[in-house]
Design a binder for this molecule. Sequence first.
Ligand SMILES: O=C(O)CCC(=O)C(=O)O
Ligand SMILES: [Fe+2]
Length: 279
Amino acid sequence: MQLQAVDFNAPDAAEHFVQSLRETGFGVLKNHPIQQQQVDSIYQHWLDFFGSERKHDFEYKVETQDGYFPPTVSEVAKGNQVKDIKEYFHYYPWGQCPEELKAELADYYTNANQFAATLLGWVEAHSPADVKSGFSQPLSEMIRDSQKTLLRVLHYPPITGEEEPGAIRAAAHEDINLLTVLPAANEPGLQVKAKDGNWLDVPCDFGNLIVNIGDMLQEASGGYFPSTTHRVINPDGGRRTRSRISLPLFLHPRPDVVLSERHTADSYLNERLRELGVL
Ligand SMILES: O=C(O)CCC(=O)C(=O)O
Ligand SMILES: [Fe+2]
């Protein structure tokens, strides 16, 4: 298995991108319309925010799940014992956000959602007829005006040596949502589990856009699109002293959207959040 960046502007981009999603759970895009300059600026501003004590004024609300999640409550991946070495902020247009950071994040949220609808259209167009007929509505419709789509600003602090034994930046997990849209982070570390069990580095060239399948698309496609296990490993050597920032957009359908005979988006999400210990 190999992950190769697909040129967004190539005539056969959709086909190759969806093929990569189907085979690996991941697709990597280059020459896409998400502005790297904006992503970079968000990384800089939020690095400052996580470095300040102000973050504690925005602590997350349990009922609504927006705001700042400190390292002490950071997720324990499903089936894991130790907490990840990370802190993060959950941004929703209706949720908490520091005033001076809001316009930039809101703009990115709009742009990335619009782009994501295009990608969901690609997935739909390249789904076999029996898979497509199982979708309760077009995939891009499922996320339209959704209040649940989540932009997460993640900060992985430098490694100090005081970490819990066995803890890594993000333990092996699958995402819950339909698709995740993730600009390459400012530092390496993201790995995906191949079918043979080996961990592969996800190409993290600056400017790449990484897209991966979540459990909800796996559920809605009857397993045709696999939600693939991934993780973020701890850095070595000189990189240990560096922070890592990343910005995943988790595409969530509106709560009433039917995913499968067993689940709506709402019933599925609640089940998973309870397992994560954050609900
Ligand atoms: O930080 C990354 O590169 C990936 C983060 C991730 O997988 C997640 O938050 O679900
Ligand atoms: Fe993830």
